[in-house]
Write a protein that binds this ligand. Structure first.
Ligand code: GLU
Ligand code: ZN
Length: 500
């Protein structure tokens, strides 16, 4: 394909050393949004160079997490290790051109000199011992059998290094704070700081969007681009997401609660999760929190509105319901209420199947499916997580639903209900036609005849028919459950809770 020079090319290069956590998920999402917004391309590259820590399982988990989020890539996934030879070749080229040199200092020597320099002059970093070795000095060190690393020769003709970050603005550091950094280890392995540049160049990346923890790598990497005479991409760093204690989120320390999988398994809609993640460190300049479709977010998203301050990600794995940021739950609930019913049904299907509650008749268009969708529409108004449909909403799909003990205690304890409930069931059994309007008329007339407050009977009927103290309007509940289930459950509740 011909290369369009105006085409935006972004990338997501995760290291496969753990699950996809919320911070990397956000980096991937921002890149994806930018590619969609500008008709660009997203390159996926697995940075598996660290053989000791990279695993196949992690690569799979990352790809699965991205797929679940709906993040698609246009190229890749490439493996960084497939290009190891190329990374070494670039290191050699840098060395040959004098932009890099061999350093024979041993770790012990380095440590000793660093200590001394820090004590005497308050300096740190590599002191340049091997920067200007003569060929003879080099040969002597090799003859001693010393191994070497390759260091980049940082230019010393400038007072500072700077670049313009698309998020943080001008980034400038005094030149002497950038030491001659290592680009190839003593075992011949190129380091991230080099491989990443070589790969981004080959993949023709022209905008690098990544976590703010890489801001100072960027200074070094730009020097490599310049030394190679390669075009330098734009850089935009995004602030970190911190845990509730304001520490950097790490998969190892926080376990699964910070992973994408956790949200999937706890009943998040994938796009609602993306919506929440996008708002960790970005807003459109208004109070808007809900973007029901990817299109809406693509339209609104812009790197220039990414915040420069780290965002805090609140969660509480010990809390069964509000295990994560309340804002995340609120956004998921808004999506559950707001997306087309067909889509919601598709997301719910595995949840129903796991409970043995999926009716194959719901697969095909027809009356059964219409009724199912209408039920979803009724009950979704109060739900926060997909699992709520088969737990809180189980009564709509099965007779063996649980009764919330608090609801029973509060709503099914007045002794007069022992007699009222069977009588109500009998009255409702005769209502024609069975709909919200007619059941309401019948119930209210019943209460008036008996001289009881409708609230008493309505609240009791709600718990009797659904097991819950709250839910949709009771007459809609009756209409939705149907005559048979409604009357049977009201009568059964009298027996069960009053022994009558
Ligand atoms: N593999 C690096 C990481 O996961 C990529 C950083 C970058 O985007 O350059 O942190
Ligand atoms: Zn040295």
């Amino acid at each position: 394909m011909a290369d369009r020079t105006d085409e935006l090319r972004v990338r997501f290069p995760p290291s496969p050393t753990g699950y996809l956590h919320i911070g990397s998920a956000r980096t991937a999402l921002y890149n994806w949004l930018l590619a969609r917004k500008h008709g660009g391309r997203l390159v996926l590259r697995i940075e598996d160079t660290d053989a000791a820590r990279s695993t196949e399982a992690s690569t799979r988990a990352i790809l699965e997490g991205l797929r679940w989020m709906g993040i698609t890539w246009d190229e890749g996934p490439y493996n960084q290790t497939d290009h190891a030879e190329e990374h070494r070749a670039v290191a050699r080229a840098l060395e040959e051109a004098g932009h890099a040199y061999r350093c024979y200092c041993t770790p012990d020597e380095l440590a000793a000199r660093r200590e001394k320099a820090r004590a005497e002059k308050g300096q740190y970093g590599y002191d340049g011992t091997c920067r200007d070795l003569t060929p003879e000095q080099r040969a002597a060190r090799e003859a001693e059998g010393r191994s070497h690393v390759v260091r980049f020769r940082v230019p010393r003709d400038r007072a500072s290094f700077r670049y313009e970050d698309r998020v943080y603005g001008v980034m400038e550091v005094p030149a002497d704070t950038i030491e001659d950094f290592v680009i190839v280890r003593s075992n011949g392995e190129p380091l991230y700081v080099l491989s990443n540049v070589v790969d981004d160049h080959r993949d023709r990346v022209n905008l690098v969007v990544r976590g703010a923890d890489h801001r100072f790598n960027t200074i070094k990497q730009i020097l490599i681009y310049e030394a190679m005479g390669w075009p330098v991409p734009d850089f935009g760093h995004i602030p970190l997401t911190l845990d509730p204690k304001r520490a950097k989120i790490s998969k190892r320390r926080h376990g699964e609660v910070v992973t994408v999988e956790f949200y999937r398994d706890r009943g998040f809609l994938p796009w609602a999760f993306c919506n929440f993640v996008a708002l960790q460190g970005w807003n459109a300049g208004d109070d808007r929190e809900v973007y029901l479709t990817p299109e809406e977010l693509v339209e609104a998203f812009d790197l220039s509105r990414v915040s420069r301050t780290n965002s805090v990600f609140n969660y509480d794995p010990g809390n069964k319901k509000f295990f994560t940021d309340p804002k995340a739950i609120h956004i998921n609930a808004a999506h559950i209420r707001g997306i087309p019913l067909d889509e919601l049904a598709a997301h719910l299907r595995p949840w129903f199947e796991r409970e043995g509650l999926w009716d194959p008749a719901w697969d095909a268009p027809g009356e059964a499916r219409e009724r199912f969708l209408a039920t979803l529409d009724l009950i979704r108004q109060r739900y926060h997580l997909l699992g709520d449909f088969v737990t809180l909403g189980r009564a709509w799909f099965a007779d063996d639903f649980d009764f919330d003990p608090k609801a029973v205690k509060k709503r099914l304890s007045r002794p007069e209900l022992a007699e009222l409930l069977p009588a109500l069931a009998e009255r409702l059994a005769a209502v024609e036609p069975w709909d919200a309007e007619h059941t309401e008329t019948a119930l209210r007339a019943f209460c008036e005849e008996r001289g009881v407050k409708p609230g008493l009977v309505i609240n009791a009927a709600r718990v009797a028919t659904t097991g819950q103290a709250v839910g949709p309007g009771i007459f809609d509940v009756f209409a939705s459950l149907g005559r048979e289930r409604t009357t049977r459950r009201i009568a059964a509740a009298a027996e069960r809770f009053f022994g009558s």
